[in-house]
Design a protein around this ligand. Structure first.
Ligand SMILES: C[S@@+](CC[C@H](N)C(=O)[O-])C[C@H]1O[C@@H](n2cnc3c(N)ncnc32)[C@H](O)[C@@H]1O
Length: 375
């Protein structure tokens, strides 16, 4: 499946080894329907990165992610994006994914080159890697830019209706909740992750479903472990992969060669069924006025109380922490699900009620607002 030659015609369903900035020059102009690009992030991580307990973090510090400066990264980005734009059909689409390290630079360059941005979509990770040192917010999302080749994009593919049907008749929104790639889907080599940034198939499933048709050509200039090819093959699209690391190519080829195209769309891969109930952090109750800072919560049926702080922590005589940690501390247990141990005073009934009731109320309010915004 791998070839080193520059193809003169479309090298369908092949992985081409090399630097995409060169290889893309050999792809015929205006021949590709959809591009998915997951370029280097330019994370510029200090080497190595440690957790507070001194264990090292499994981060993206691969050689392919290293650039000397923003200038070098911008030049690289401009080069591959310009080549992609040459390959793309007039009504074709490109999706580029990135984190805060790179996506703003990429977006500006895309606009400078003439791409026409249709949406930015956030992939919200149900199971993100925590911020180990507690110095920033947990970085729980990546941003994807969907753009057409130019503003003159008549006839671009957007499968609005199937997206809506798959979303239980609600218009598909630009916030996508999906877990990061793990478990059996994650490719391994000698027991470790093969690729530091393997994307979940569910993400590619939704993109390819949204912006292409069966038989279309989907190109990925940063093929990595071959997620784009694997999903394109399942969905009966043609694919072209470009990757410069030979090791990944071998694994990606094996992965794709074992795929049988779906008979029909497997909606479960859309990640819809995997979406858990809307997550309501405790602070949401305070932000929305269901509880107030200064209000006291009661632990079970006891005479132990703690006071809600502005940041959503609970302060008891001897301890301050989350509803869970404070509960565990006061109960003397290793852990505690605070939602089912803390009670608030319900003024209407003059009785103590479980705070989980407020969480359910909040969830219902959010679900209502989702339905109300459907068009
Ligand atoms: C962020 S990863 C993509 C991961 C991929 N989406 C997946 O699901 O496995 C970027 C990939 O691009 C490759 N790469 C980096 N620079 C490249 C270049 N100039 N040409 C081709 N591939 C490159 C890296 O080796 C890496 O596998």
């Amino acid at each position: 499946m791998s070839t080193k030659q520059s193809p003169s015609t479309l090298p369908l369903n092949q992985i081409i080894e090399g630097d995409c900035r060169e290889i893309l020059k050999s792809i015929p102009k205006r021949s590709v329907d959809l591009i998915f690009a997951d370029p280097p992030y330019n994370m510029q991580l200090p080497q190595p990165l440690f957790r507070p307990d001194n264990t090292s973090v499994d981060a993206v510090n691969d050689e392919w992610d290293k650039f000397q400066s923003f200038k070098e990264y911008d030049t690289f980005t401009r080069d591959w994006l310009s080549q992609c734009r040459e390959c793309l059909k007039d009504n074709g689409s490109i999706w580029v994914i990135g984190s805060y390290h790179c996506i703003f630079r990429i977006g500006a360059i895309m606009q400078d080159l003439g791409f026409w941005i249709m949406n930015d979509v956030v992939w919200i990770k149900n199971n993100p890697m925590p911020n180990m040192n507690g110095t920033r917010f947990c970085n729980a999302h990546e941003t994807m830019i969907w753009a057409t080749r130019s503003e003159a994009n008549a006839g671009y593919t957007f499968n609005y209706r199937s997206l809506k049907v798959g979303n239980e008749d609600l218009q598909m929104r630009s916030d996508w909740y999906m877990p990061i790639c793990s478990g059996a889907e994650r490719l391994t080599k000698n027991g470790s992750k093969l690729h530091s940034t393997q994307k979940p198939e569910a993400l590619l499933h939704r993109i390819i479903m949204a912006c292409s048709k069966p038989g279309d050509v989907v190109l990925d200039p940063f093929f990595g472990s071959g997620t784009t090819g694997a999903v394109a093959a399942k969905l009966s699209r043609n694919w072209i992969g470009i990757e410069k690391e030979r090791d990944y190519i071998g694994y990606a080829s094996t992965r794709i060669s074992s795929i049988t195209p779906h008979e029909k769309v497997d909606e479960s891969l859309l990640g819809l069924n995997a979406t858990p109930e809307i997550k309501i952090p405790f602070i949401t109750l305070i932000e929305n006025g269901l509880l107030k800072s200064g209000e006291r919560l009661r632990l079970n049926n006891s005479d132990i109380f703690a006071t809600i702080q502005e940041d959503g922590s609970l302060l008891s005589d001897s301890f301050q922490g989350s509803i869970h940690r404070t509960g565990a501390h006061l109960l003397g247990t290793p852990s505690c699900n605070g939602w089912v141990h803390w009670y608030y005073k319900d003024e209407a009934s003059n009785s103590y009620q479980l705070i989980d009731i407020l969480r359910k109320r909040m969830r219902a309010m959010m679900a209502d607002s989702l339905h109300n915004t459907d068009q």
